[in-house]
Design a protein around this ligand. Structure first.
Ligand SMILES: *Cc1c(COP(=O)(O)O)cnc(C)c1O
Length: 457
């Protein structure tokens, strides 16, 4: 019997969810043209679409909302927000943004010129899209183990530092305005990056005068893994480890919808006075004044309090072990997953689960359709649709992995929800004809998964 960790919190307020009949779900998924993003959340029983902005806030955060100071400039919650983030990251300037991609867009449109190349372990989809939108190329240099769903390695999110060095030699630092690391590596399976790897990356980049920018959405989960898995780190607090991690970087972008335990929010951190000035001037056009950045004063307060709570090690231990236990349940049901499980999600290896399914028929997406139809579960494909691209000859070029991500909202679901989800997976593996191939009937230019439409084959 798989043991789930006991929650370091209790339930004070509940939100009703309901399971609509299968026939209803069948009708709705057809109407949505097999795009799970178009289903109303009310018509979903368990929503594993994302861990972003879906956290349950604490009583302390809800209480903080009432202290919101909604003054246009200089609200007190901004100063608390700034102080909290500065104390965690050590960055000199903290710039609020309404979410991660707004921070990325601001940062990238200021730093990137067309033709540039931005190396990272793996770029997240909005990060990649914002880099490409600025005319640059987003280059993934994750270690080989990070591409193999069954390879065991404690830090599968690490960047390949030899390849990074070659990449800089080949392209010249003039083409590389900054390098990035995504911690944890979302697209690569929520896998952590080691402290040693962050340090080495920083040294390589800095030896060529290239700054390191962290995509820090899940830095707290990453630092917890460092404490658990990296030699010599177990006696340090997660907060201290975070301080060291950020000290190797020159700046960061972060979505507070992840390890900020908030429903909206984000920020940029930087030590560069010049960049700070450019960003705060540019943001007035799109995000607002620099002491609110597209957020209400109360949201800034919720983020500040959430960032503190996300560093609580009892919380982090429960969080990481809940994800791990869910992964073990799926393995027990015969579902191949990316191992070891990462921080925020269990990634099902759809290519191994459905070996006879052609990539052109989008097995990962098809599995996510089956999960909704059979169990009212919403999951997100991270494979051919999210990362596939049209090649020169008009044929699709598929990414190496075909995954389905079951992202786990923070502090939201209990053990019985996970057992239910595993039972639906079991039913699907026992009758794989429930997963049906798809053909695209419509797709937009960027981030196609949000609006793509299909017909079933
Ligand atoms: C969520 C996420 C982003 C974008 O943040 P949003 O708040 O969704 O705009 C960027 N990078 C990573 C790694 C993420 O997980």
């Amino acid at each position: 019997m798989i043991e789930f960790p006991a929650e370091p919190y209790r339930i004070k307020s509940i939100e009703r969810i309901r399971q609509i009949p299968r026939s209803e779900r069948e009708r709705l998924i057809r109407e949505a043209k097999f795009n799970i993003f178009k289903i109303r959340a009310e018509d979903i029983y368990l929503d594993f679409l994302t861990d972003s902005g879906t956290s349950a806030m604490s009583d302390n955060q809800w209480a903080g909302l009432l202290t919101g100071d909604e003054s246009y400039a200089g609200c007190r919650n901004y100063y608390r927000f700034e102080e909290t983030i500065r104390s965690i990251t050590g960055f000199k300037h903290i710039i609020p943004a309404h979410q991660g991609r707004a921070a990325e867009h601001l940062m990238f449109s200021t730093l990137i010129k067309p033709g540039d190349k931005i190396p990272s372990n793996s770029h997240f989809d909005t990060t990649r899209a914002n880099i490409e939108y600025a005319g640059a190329e987003a280059v993934d240099l994750v270690i080989e183990e990070g591409k193999d769903p069954s390879a065991s390695h404690p830090f599968k999110g690490n960047i390949d530092t030899d390849r990074l060095e070659d990449f800089i030699k080949k392209n010249g630092p003039g083409q590389i305005p900054f390098g990035m690391l995504t911690i944890t590596n979302n697209s690569g399976g929520g896998q952590p990056v080691s402290l040693e790897n962050i340090k080495k990356t920083s040294e390589i980049l800095h030896s060529h005068r290239i700054p390191l920018i962290l995509d820090a959405c899940r830095y707290a989960e990453n630092c917890y893994f460092i404490k658990q898995r990296e030699k010599g780190q177990s006696d340090r607090s997660v907060r201290d480890i975070a301080g060291v991690v950020f000290s190797y970087a020159d700046g960061c972008t972060m979505s507070a919808k992840k390890d900020g335990l908030a429903n909206i929010g984000g920020f940029i951190g930087t030590n560069d006075d010049n960049l700070h000035e450019k960003l705060t001037n540019a943001m007035i056009l799109v995000e607002g004044f620099r002491t609110y950045g597209g957020l209400a004063g109360r949201d800034l307060e919720a983020v500040a309090r959430g960032l503190e709570e996300a560093l609580d090690e009892a919380y982090l231990s429960h969080r990481i072990n809940q994800v791990k236990s869910f992964g073990e349940l799926l393995l027990e049901a015969g579902i191949p997953i990316v191992v070891p499980t990462g921080g925020h999600a269990v990634f099902v290896d759809a290519a191994s689960l459905l070996p006879d399914f052609r990539r052109e028929h989008y097995p990962g997406w098809a599995l996510s359709v089956a999960l909704y139809r059979e169990g009212g579960i919403r999951a997100c494909e991270i494979g051919g649709i999210v990362f596939g691209k049209k090649g020169e000859d008009g044929r699709e070029v598929f990414p190496p992995l075909e995954l389905v991500r079951l992202a786990i909202p923070r502090r939201v679901y209990t053990e019985s929800h996970f057992r239910y989800a595993a039972s639906i997976f079991k039913r699907i593996t026992e009758n794989k004809s429930m997963v049906r191939g798809l053909k695209i009937t419509y797709e937009p230019e960027y981030l196609r998964h949000f609006t793509v439409e299909f017909k079933e084959l």
